[in-house]
Design a protein around this ligand. Structure first.
Ligand SMILES: [Zn+2]
Length: 328
């Protein structure tokens, strides 16, 4: 499976393949872009291309080097993520990584580390990594993966070469689901639209369940009014029960408000992420101004960030829903 088999991200892949070919890869990269669009896939593909025994500047996906990278047991390729049951990447993990990067590569090539998600490194861990970046070990390649630079030390960011990844075009996701997963065209198109260009999200099993829940969410969101405090308080309480559920709701709400914005700006419905909810989206567009929708979108981002930082979920959600209801 060579670079050309990866869905989307052509420009980014070309620039990495060129760097590899000319032996001019940077020693540290920061891959930025939304969740689930293939940043880690690209990072691991680059690692395979470096370790592949069969191909130069590309990968076969079948040789011993490639298979070990895929299975997570290549001695020169390391993925750093929070340990099971932990929310953060600790300083111990970064120190261990630093030690490993300083060893000579077993295969005589490069030592590669992928930190994903980099924003989950706590402050001490980021500071430790900064030291490694200031004096990068010879023949090491570090790839930080993150949805944004928020939560990362500016000094860390400035030492990496940034590569931004955009959501995949919905049509590309739909045709992937149709041809490779064997889904019907209707199902593939709707789930691709809902996933907002995230292949990971579109193909996730919980997507089916989400499909059913979001119609109910849309109805609840549409009926919020400033006077009905019981309505938004009850909704906040329902959603706040679990962290994942809260984040999923906010992710959906982001798509919903983005849809409303599309209606407001274009007057049409092309590119909606909830194409089957067009009627209620249009009704919301009639009631809201662009400024207000943009404000609510910014609040969704802030609310999700608070929840990720373990703030009181119910309070954070109540605050957002109160604003969505038009009280503030
Ligand atoms: Zn290979």
């Amino acid at each position: 499976m060579p670079f050309s088999d990866i869905i989307g991200h052509r420009k980014q892949l070309e620039s990495l393949a060129r760097g590899l070919e000319n032996d001019r890869l940077h020693h540290a990269y920061l891959f930025l872009g939304p969740e689930g669009i293939g940043k880690r896939t690209v990072a691991l593909s680059l690692a395979m291309a470096i370790q592949c025994r069969e191909q130069d500047s590309d990968f076969c996906g079948r040789c011993d080097g490639c298979v070990r990278v895929q299975n997570g047991n290549h001695p020169d390729v390391r993925v750093v993520e929070p340990l099971p049951e932990k929310k953060e990447i600790s300083i111990q993990q970064v120190r261990e990584l630093e030690r490993e990067l300083n060893y000579r590569a077993f295969t005589g090539g490069k030592k590669i580390a992928v930190v994903d998600p980099a924003s989950l490194m706590n402050y001490a861990a980021q500071n430790a990594l900064l030291k490694t970046l200031e004096e990068p070990p010879k023949d090491s390649l570090l790839i930080l993966v993150s949805t944004s630079v928020g939560g990362l030390l500016a000094t860390l960011v400035s030492r990496c070469l940034r590569l931004s990844f955009a959501p995949l075009p919905v049509q590309e996701v739909a045709s992937y689901l149709e041809t490779r997963k064997g889904w019907s065209r209707d199902k593939a198109e709707l789930q691709a639209a809902l996933s907002m260009g995230s292949l990971g999200r579109a193909a996730a099993p919980e997507m089916e369940e989400l499909m059913q829940r979001r119609a109910a969410w849309a109805e609840r969101m549409s009926s919020l009014t400033p006077a009905d405090s019981a309505g938004w308080m009850a909704l906040a309480e329902e959603i706040a029960g679990e962290r994942e559920e809260s984040l999923k709701f906010l992710e959906w709400a982001e798509g919903w408000y983005r849809d409303i914005l599309i209606c407001l700006v274009t007057g049409g419905s092309r590119g909606l992420s909830n194409p089957d909810l067009e009627q209620s989206i249009r009704r919301q567009a009639e009631r809201n101004s662009r400024e207000r929708v943009l404000f609510l979108l910014s609040r969704i981002g802030a609310t999700a960030a608070s929840i990720r930082r373990n703030f009181n979920r119910r309070m954070a959600l109540e605050d957002f829903l109160m604003q969505a209801a038009g009280l503030r």
